[in-house]
Design a protein around this ligand. Structure first.
Ligand code: FEO
Length: 395
């Protein structure tokens, strides 16, 4: 499959309808994804990025239907992660001398991945490549989200090839943002930001300001995953600025692990207390053990406050809560209040352990969350409701 975007630019990527897990098992892709590769035909011919390795043969075969591979003058490798560089080894077997434009970190990482001494041309922000009527300008986007990431701006068609930035793990043959279901699109875009880009939010803000200051015309943002932003492409740039700025909605999320429902009942009582203080706040509860971890991260991203609960097991906390607390430490949410709660049978360490982990994650901890022995009775549940009220009053 290929898809003509403009007179000069053709999409030559791969829609991966089957994909359900990405980055190993670290990211759920319930709506699949795509690996977007773009072929530019001007006086010179340029290929921007490739696809994930399992689709390498299909990609190269399709590319041959578009063009004699020997006519490709330049390859631009905007990002060396395998989902975009995975077809390079097969492609380079066919056209081994073709120059590959990438950042210096890109060259290092591609060499480390593939152990090939291809013809790398290292570029940095502001470097240009004239290809006829069009000039391509490179913009390094270090740590958005790898050290090698970069974007490419094509002046003749006013397209920003943004690579991972502004992407979504979202398979659709409709190709453009205005043609797909807007709820699905934004669900995938915010999940992508929350799980992948939150740790780099200060860099997101600075990079967007840097690019906006150039006042370049912008017809499209052609990402490396999901649909192309052609209808008001600035909308996703504005969303990124909002998301990068310690984003929160009027939401509190309660995440818990429970063995025999004592901790679940505590969670529900805390939620009742919160709602009794503020009827307008959205309170969402998730059992960490049976909810997708990336969907929970997205809900936490949208929240102004987080509560984590677990019963004590073997002097520790339960597995899924532990995993999520490790994730949020790495993600580095800003400006969110947090608290812990939990039930126990004898030793009762869980609340203390969670509180330490919330501090480690640099969340604004409200201490003193309820710790209940065995199954909560009426008084214990009332204690949880009271804690919910106190917590809500501090938001
Ligand atoms: Fe889509 Fe960072 O690779």
């Amino acid at each position: 499959m290929s898809f003509k975007i403009t007179d000069k630019v053709t999409w030559v990527g791969k829609i991966d309808w089957e994909l359900r897990r990405f980055h190993g098992d670290e990211y759920s892709t319930d709506r699949g994804s795509s690996y977007n590769s773009y072929l530019i035909k001007d006086e010179k011919t340029v290929l921007i990025d490739t696809v994930w390795e399992p689709f390498a043969k299909e990609f190269v075969d399709n590319l041959k239907k578009e063009i004699d591979l020997n006519e490709i003058d330049y390859i631009i490798a905007q990002h060396s992660e395998i989902d975009h560089s995975g077809a390079l080894p097969l492609l380079m077997k066919e056209i081994p001398d073709t120059p590959i434009y990438c950042t210096s970190n890109g060259a290092k990482i591609l060499k480390a991945h593939f152990h090939e001494d291809w013809n790398f041309i290292e570029v940095k922000t502001g470097d240009t490549l004239n290809i006829g009527e069009s000039t391509l300008t490179f913009v390094e986007a270090r740590m958005l989200h790898w050290p090698d990431s970069m974007m490419t701006y094509m002046d003749s068609d006013a397209i920003l090839f943004s690579n991972d930035a502004f992407g979504q793990h979202y398979a659709s043959d409709l190709m453009y943002n205005d043609l797909v279901d807007q709820c699905e699109l934004y669900e995938e875009a915010i999940k992508y930001y929350a799980n992948i880009l939150t740790p780099f939010s200060p860099l997101v803000t600075n990079k967007i300001k840097e690019v906006l200051s150039l006042e370049l015309p912008l017809n499209m943002i052609a990402t490396s995953h999901g649909v192309i932003w052609r209808d008001n492409p600035a909308q996703i740039v504005e969303k990124y600025l909002e998301w990068a700025n310690a984003y929160q909605e009027n939401q509190v999320t309660i995440v818990y692990n429970t063995m025999w429902n004592a901790t679940r009942r505590m969670a529900e009582a805390i939620a009742e207390g919160i709602k009794s203080v503020d009827g307008t706040v959205t309170v969402k509860l998730f059992n960490a053990a049976n909810t997708d971890k990336n969907d929970i991260i997205t809900e936490l991203f949208r929240s102004k406050a987080l509560l984590f609960g677990s019963s004590t097991v073997n002097k520790g906390i339960m597995n899924a809560t532990g995993g999520l607390l490790e994730m949020i430490k790495g993600i580095g949410f800003k400006n969110k209040k947090a608290a812990a709660f939990g039930s126990y049978g004898w030793s009762g360490e869980s609340v203390g352990i969670i509180e330490e982990k919330l501090k480690d994650a640099k969340l604004d901890l409200i201490e003193g969350g309820p710790k209940i022995l065995w199954n909560p009775d009426k008084d214990a549940l009332e204690q949880c409701v009271e804690f919910g009220k106190e917590f809500a009053q501090k938001l």
